[in-house]
Design a protein around this ligand. Structure first.
Ligand code: ZN
Length: 453
């Protein structure tokens, strides 16, 4: 119901604005402010140690202890960078409040500290026996003379004790918001073919200038997430590597679309670290120990340092190096483009008009990706570097033809593979396509002309 009332003008305006912002946000910048969030707090306890003989520790305390050590370590290793904790004591923060703090401080990174948990199975063990009285029932006679006899006897039966079996699963995992799915979702919203209910996980509207829980707010939040997905993923990968370097089980980078709304609502790259399983005995000991907490804080800090160097060095690359491209202006060889590399990434788009506009941007960091683009084997874009300024081309879709747009990587930029974001407009509908190509594989978009009825 509400959906129909959202002014479409607004949606288009928001999307348009955000596409522009999304792209300008890819312009590298310095890491000046880092937000550290100790998950949960106050009445929101989070997960607790519940297995037999557990420390009965609470996630909110563990996250605070690790976050405080992380804040100290970041300050020590990154002097000059402002480190902002969302909380330093055991206080409750309303949903949305943490994201609001992060946004108000204009963080360049958002690090969320949590502890993992999982459902516990119940075990039972025999702790003794006890005697109980049972009765044996017999009958004699028939018909109206039938008689019931009850005979008592004693039996010994086992006495059980029930307990919760600890988790066997252990290790640290890193989470980012699954922005590509979000992006598809956005497209669906724009096409009006999906009822967009983003699970907001009980997020209520706090007195903020902007209500992220409003339909418009959710769109903005989704864009936040997709805008920073690439960087979040990179930081998450580095954290996973550094955790692995400590010798701890590193469970990898995971994407989740629900339940990590705080990552979605922050206007900056954001990751959530599940430091360990509070219901695994070794992990619970580890995340409660000074040594474990410090080790995690140092691993995360190292990852942030590496990330900072990477992001800021892209910034300082001027003029852009063009490593594998010769400067001659000869067009790329179509034979080479088509025949020497298989097509790995194929997307099919149904369009309603035979005239379509394609804007090609770099997707992710601007890292000097150089590409050529062919349409029906004709060269349209010749060795151009992908930036925030689109290469705009107009295509005529011809019935009976293959109508294939091929992306050919001329180099790998500084970050492999070459990823292009194509905004395709057929007059009515806007499609967002991400393609990735490298020196071994081409990427292709196929257009299918669909009649209007
Ligand atoms: Zn948590």
């Amino acid at each position: 119901m509400l959906r129909n009332k959202v002014p479409f003008i607004f949606l288009f305006a928001a999307l348009h604005l955000l596409i522009i912002k999304e792209l300008s946000a890819q312009t590298p910048k310095l890491i000046k402010t880092i937000i550290v969030d100790a998950g949960h707090g106050g009445t929101d306890v989070g997960a607790t140690g519940q297995y037999e003989n557990s420390l009965r520790s609470k996630e909110k305390d563990v996250t605070l202890a690790i976050a405080l050590k992380l804040v100290d370590e970041l300050k020590k290793q990154l002097p000059g960078v402002k480190i902002v904790p969302t909380r330093t004591t055991d206080i409750y923060q309303k949903p949305g409040e943490k994201a609001k703090i992060a946004n108000e401080f204009h963080g360049d990174l958002f690090l969320c500290i949590h502890a993992d948990s999982g459902p516990l199975k119940q075990g039972k063990r025999q702790v003794g026996t006890r005697m109980v009285t049972r009765y044996k029932i017999t009958y004699t006679g028939k018909g109206r003379k039938k008689k019931k006899h009850k005979e008592a006897y004693e039996v010994e039966e086992p006495v059980y004790e029930y307990f919760k079996i600890p988790l066997t699963r252990s290790g640290t995992s890193v989470w980012i918001f699954a922005a590509h799915k979000t992006s598809d979702k956005l497209k669906a919203i724009m096409d009006g073919d999906e009822n967009f209910e983003i699970e907001a996980d009980g997020v209520d509207s706090i007195e903020s200038k902007f209500d992220f829980n409003s339909p418009q707010g959710r769109i903005i939040a989704n864009i936040y997430a997709s805008r920073y997905q690439f960087r979040s993923d990179r930081l998450a990968t580095l954290v996973n590597e550094e955790v692995e370097n400590t010798g701890r089980a590193a469970l990898g980078v995971n994407q989740r679309r629900v339940g990590i709304w705080v990552l979605q609502a922050t206007n900056m790259p954001a990751i959530l670290i599940e430091t360990g399983f509070i219901n695994n005995p070794e992990d619970e000991q580890y995340i409660n120990s000074d040594k474990g907490q410090q080790e995690l804080a140092e691993a995360i800090t190292k990852a942030v340092q590496r990330y900072k160097v990477q992001v800021e060095s892209i910034n300082n690359t001027a003029p852009p190096p063009q490593p594998t491209v010769s400067n001659d202006k000869k067009p790329a060889d179509p034979v080479q483009a088509f025949e020497t590399r298989p097509i790995r990434d194929i997307k099919t788009i149904q369009v309603k008009s035979n005239k379509i506009e394609v804007d090609i941007y770099d997707d992710g960091e601007i890292d000097n990706d150089i590409v050529s683009v062919y349409f029906n084997k004709k060269l349209l874009v010749d060795k151009k570097s992908l930036t925030t300024n689109p290469h705009s081309i107009t295509l005529t879709i011809e019935p009976g033809k293959a109508n294939e747009l091929l992306l050919f990587a001329e180099n790998l930029g500084t970050i492999s593979p070459n990823t292009a974001l194509m905004i395709i407009t057929d007059g009515k509908t806007r499609h967002e396509v991400r393609l990735s190509a490298d020196l071994k594989n081409n990427a292709l978009v196929k257009f299918e002309l669909k009649n209007n009825n």
